[in-house]
Design a protein around this ligand. Structure first.
Ligand SMILES: NC(=O)c1ccc[n+]([C@@H]2O[C@H](COP(=O)([O-])OP(=O)(O)OC[C@H]3O[C@@H](n4cnc5c(N)ncnc54)[C@H](O)[C@@H]3O)[C@@H](O)[C@H]2O)c1
Length: 199
């Protein structure tokens, strides 16, 4: 027996970290699949990336310069993205910082920055987007975690905690968001040649 699910295949998607690397590749793939995309990044190069994608694809794309470490800023950017593209049916949280620094060099401010960008932003984005996603069948969230979520790497305890925290948080959110028909998954890549790795 097959189960039929209705979906909203053309609903807009927010991609964080979309100026570079994995986030930009996700934005390009989503546009190629027919989705309008709001490309978010702390780097203002995301504006040109969004304009180029819109021109080459003919799809609605906007660029949004936002620091996702700020919950107030990400909530404002959700309002901006919804006003431009309509209710949001997808999120890829790819914004991230490597946060290399072993135990003896750890500073509280560095710890907070890595956690707030890599982990906390996704949670408050899920909160801000829940009503939109509930109204759009097939809505989904993907968090880009890392092999370091489970590996155990002396070089980056804050990064590892942020990514391991994402796996745990996304399981908890899955148990909640499923009631509204919203999927949430984590992806844990190994090393991929992007500007983050080149550092
Ligand atoms: N490259 C790898 O090997 C690898 C492996 C596993 C996981 N990841 C994860 O994949 C994601 C994408 O990384 P990437 O390799 O494409 O790196 P990248 O440096 O190319 O891209 C990360 C993007 O996030 C943006 N960003 C950083 N801080 C931000 C903030 N406060 N607000 C908004 N945007 C911000 C950066 O400006 C950049 O454009 C990250 O979460 C990273 O941890 C990467």
């Amino acid at each position: 027996m097959t189960q039929q699910c209705s979906t909203s295949p053309n609903s807009p998607v927010i991609v964080t970290g979309a100026a570079s690397g994995i986030g930009l590749a996700c934005a390009e793939a989503l546009v190629a699949a027919g989705r309008p995309v709001a490309l978010w990044d702390i780097s203002d190069t995301v504006i040109a990336s969004a304009e180029k994608l819109a021109q080459t694809s003919g799809r609605a794309c906007i660029g949004c310069v936002v620091d996702v470490a700020s919950v107030a800023a990400l909530r404002a950017a959700v309002v901006q993205s919804r006003a431009a593209l309509g209710p949001i049916g997808g999120l890829v949280h790819a914004a991230g910082v490597a946060g290399v620094g072993p135990l003896d060099q750890l500073e509280p401010a560095q710890w907070d920055t890595v956690i707030n960008i890599n982990l906390r932003a996704e949670i408050f984005l899920a909160q801000a987007l829940r009503t939109d996603m509930k109204s759009l069948p097939g809505s989904a969230i993907v968090g880009i975690a890392s092999i370091n979520a489970t590996l155990g790497n002396a070089m980056n305890p804050s990064y590892s905690a942020s990514k391991g925290g994402m796996l745990a948080a996304n399981r908890a959110l899955a148990d909640d968001l499923a009631q509204d028909g919203i999927r949430i998954n984590s992806v844990s890549p190994g090393q991929i040649q992007t500007p983050m790795i080149q550092q």
